[in-house]
Design a binder for this molecule. Structure first.
Ligand SMILES: [Zn+2]
Ligand SMILES: [Zn+2]
Length: 233
């Protein structure tokens, strides 16, 4: 009955699913047309590269990077962009199970070989959480954790300030601003390596800011993973 009233929808195109598609969470059409990222990819942000000649994409050459690396399943094309918009702003929370599944398929080895002891979702400010009702990064981290067994730490890193207007600031000032809006809730936590989880990596400044806060709090190494990454080349 519930399935008739609220049919399961494709996480990529939002079309109604049928048969075995229901368990997978994505329609066969989208599964064929939306490519997952494979090598060669940027060593830092994980964006697809055109050839094996380079290690870094053009963006990452000049990007400050304290995190070890980011990996993503999809390049940020139109289909993935619309899907993430619905996931983040239009209450399509159920997409998390599909994203979690493909992340584990594509990045399970990355998570395992990094040796991380915890997954840390990029936090949102409590006011934003109140209006939106959920933090999409937390939903993702929970799904990934269910498949790979690494625990989720969702109370350690918090967003204590909403981002203020960043206009007119230099890149460095922006990053500093962002860094000041995150905090850890306890000191001296015994954490070795952790992995940040977010929906998308665009400029990388959020992941960089969170990494700096975590390293200061005593974490030894920070890795990151996202559903999507902007095109590098
Ligand atoms: Zn679809
Ligand atoms: Zn890159």
């Amino acid at each position: 009955m519930l399935d008739i009233l609220f049919p399961k929808r494709c996480a990529l195109c939002d079309g109604v699913l049928s048969g075995s598609e229901v368990n997978f969470g994505c329609c066969s059409f989208c599964n064929e047309r939306v490519e997952r990222i494979h090598s060669p990819r940027c060593y830092a942000c994980g964006a697809p590269l055109l050839s094996f000649d380079k290690e870094l994409c053009d963006d990452c050459v000049n990007r400050p990077r304290s995190y070890e690396s980011n990996r993503a399943v999809f390049a940020y094309g139109d289909v993935v962009k619309d899907s993430l918009m619905r996931f983040k702003y239009h209450n399509r929370r159920e997409y998390a199970s599909y994203y979690g599944q493909v992340i584990n398929e594509e990045l399970g080895d990355y998570i395992k070989s990094s040796g991380v002891k915890a997954l840390i979702p990029i936090p949102i400010h409590r006011n934003r959480r109140k209006t939106r009702g959920y933090n999409q990064a937390e939903l993702l981290a929970n799904e990934i954790s269910r498949c790979c067994g690494v625990e989720v730490l969702d109370k350690f890193l918090i967003r204590s300030q909403e981002t203020t207007a960043q206009k007119g600031l230099s890149n460095l000032e922006r990053l500093k601003n962002l860094e000041n809006s995150f905090n850890v809730t306890q000191d001296m936590i015994q954490l070795d390596k952790v992995m940040l989880v977010d929906d998308i990596f665009t400029t990388g400044s959020t992941i960089e800011a969170c990494t700096r806060v975590l390293l200061r709090a005593g974490v030894s190494k920070v890795y990151a993973l996202t559903v999507a990454v902007g095109q590098g080349y």
